[in-house]
Design a protein around this ligand. Structure first.
Ligand code: PLP
Length: 474
């Protein structure tokens, strides 16, 4: 009798498994047939199919076969409060019942958007007083370009339009934001850059420092380059310099010592606005509330997104200093209106979720958690520096990366860039760890709710991944 019963259970489990496989196969087939995936090798995807994530819990996600992963990149560097925060679901539901949508054009408003603007003005460094909302970081950076142009036209400086950015900086993919981005794959065959932009040397000492150069010498060289570019282009043609405090999507590249103080000084001396793109660095990621505070500079404009809602809803914000706002306001009066805005600017559900998300971050002191765990997290990462394939292990706060190299002493990269990264990524999945392979740089940026024990488990899975990688890329 017992055997029959367990056979029956066994059979029904088999049926369940078959049913799940069918579902998963049909989902995969539908995906391959109908989805064009962002940031993906589409032909490779047609062969391998998708990794379908079905649900989330804390720092973990589960695929459609029930396999558990630590989400070591918090989705796309963004799910600060983790994948199962019920309070955000409740707030969104209540807001949808009360006022699912209203716009902010023509002086209309609603409480969540007003309160969030007020909250952000309070949280961000002092000169920033005004918020403009979009749905994505790219739209926000495109908007900043337009605002700066609008401002300089209003000030009677029609030539002051160029942007300075950095090689490997990431600012999004729309026409203007994509132009600011300094990654070849985001330009090639898209006819970008399409706005006047100059990309400065990437401030990454390991890769861009020259032999025998100290880190301080490297900084001095970058600052001299900035001054030379301003001199040759003319300060009267350069409107702004945009940068991530720490370049994230370009490979997690902390700036060299003294870099931002120098950049700020040179920008101020030449009447060039400083834009901090804090889409990833903002909201505690580096162990300070905003990344600019970590590196000691004060921007005139700031871009915020991602952890603003923990990505539960799409939202971004531009923070402007009061003097910039005043010029824009005067010009709107002169022209009739400020002729720019999105249907979803300040969307009530997104802004209500942002407010609740920021309240949770405050109540649980998640910025403080990042600062407290920085030591163990960075020590874990640095422990991989001895691995024969790891050229550099780097990061700050709760963000970091290991850079894989073909030859450690000479720092020689792999001949086919990205292959080792892809293999590492696949092994990582098997080990229950999702990170982001940026070429051959493996980036980690876990949810801000992570505990010390969970950091330990994440690093153990990374360790096993790197151990297995040695044989796999040989
Ligand atoms: N700026 C930075 C620093 C980013 O990391 C990103 C996205 O990763 C963006 C802008 C673009 O944001 P979105 O993907 O929401 O357009």
């Amino acid at each position: 009798h017992g055997i029959e019963e367990s056979l029956e259970v066994h059979h029904s489990l088999q049926h369940l498994k078959a049913a799940m496989d069918t579902l998963s196969n049909s989902l995969a087939a539908a995906d391959i047939a109908h989805t064009l995936h962002p940031n993906t090798n589409l032909r490779l995807h047609e062969k391998n199919g998708p990794l379908v994530i079905a649900r989330g819990d804390g720092i973990h996600v589960y695929d459609d076969r029930g396999k558990e992963y630590i989400e070591g990149l918090a989705g796309l560097w963004s799910v600060g409060v983790g994948f199962s925060e019920k309070r955000l679901a409740d707030v969104a539901y209540k807001q949808m019942l009360k006022l699912p949508y209203y716009h902010t054009f023509s002086s209309k408003g609603h409480e969540p958007s007003i309160r969030l603007a007020e909250k952000l003005a309070e949280m961000t460094p002092e000169p920033l007083t005004r918020a403009f909302f979009t749905s994505s970081g790219s739209e926000a950076n495109d908007t900043i370009v337009k605002m700066v142009w609008y401002m300089n036209n209003a000030l009677g400086r029609p030539k002051k339009k160029k942007f300075l950015s950095r090689i490997k900086g990431y600012h999004g993919i729309t026409i203007a934001a994509g132009s600011l981005t300094g990654l070849p794959v985001n330009h090639k065959d898209f006819d970008l850059p399409a706005i006047p932009v100059h990309h400065l040397t990437c401030p990454h000492f390991y890769r861009f420092g020259t032999e025998g150069e100290s880190e301080a010498d490297f900084t001095a060289r970058l600052l001299a380059e900035l001054e030379a570019v301003i001199l040759s282009e003319g300060a009267d043609t350069i409107a702004a310099l945009i940068g991530e405090p720490l370049i994230a999507a370009g490979g997690v590249l902390p700036p060299p010592v003294g870099y931002w103080e120098g950049v700020e000084r040179i920008c101020r001396a030449n009447d060039i606005l400083l834009v901090a793109d804090e889409v990833i660095c903002g909201f505690g990621r580096l162990g300070t509330p905003f990344g600019c505070q970590k590196y000691g500079f004060t921007p005139d404009i700031m871009t915020l997104s991602k952890q603003i809602t923990s990505s539960y809803m799409p939202l971004a914000a531009i923070m402007l200093s009061e003097p910039i706002y005043q010029v824009i306001a005067d010009n709107s009066e002169k022209l009739g209106i400020f002729g720019h805005g999105f249907t979803a600017s300040g969307h009530p559900v997104a802004t209500a979720v942002a407010l609740e998300n920021l309240a949770i971050m405050e109540e649980r002191d998640l910025f403080g958690n990042a600062a407290r765990l920085e030591g163990v997290f960075q020590a874990g990462l640095r422990s991989f520096a001895d691995h024969p394939l790891v050229g550099e292990a780097r990061g700050t706060g709760l963000i970091g990366a290991v850079e894989l190299v073909a030859d450690k002493p000479t720092r020689r990269p792999f001949a086919k860039v990205g292959r080792a990264g892809q293999i590492a990524s696949a092994i990582g999945h098997e080990e229950g760890l999702i990170f982001r392979a940026i070429g051959d740089q493996l980036a980690l940026c876990p949810p801000m709710i992570i505990t010390e024990d969970e950091v330990g488990e994440l690093m153990a899975r990374m360790d096993r991944t790197l151990e297995r990688l040695t044989g796999a890329v040989a």
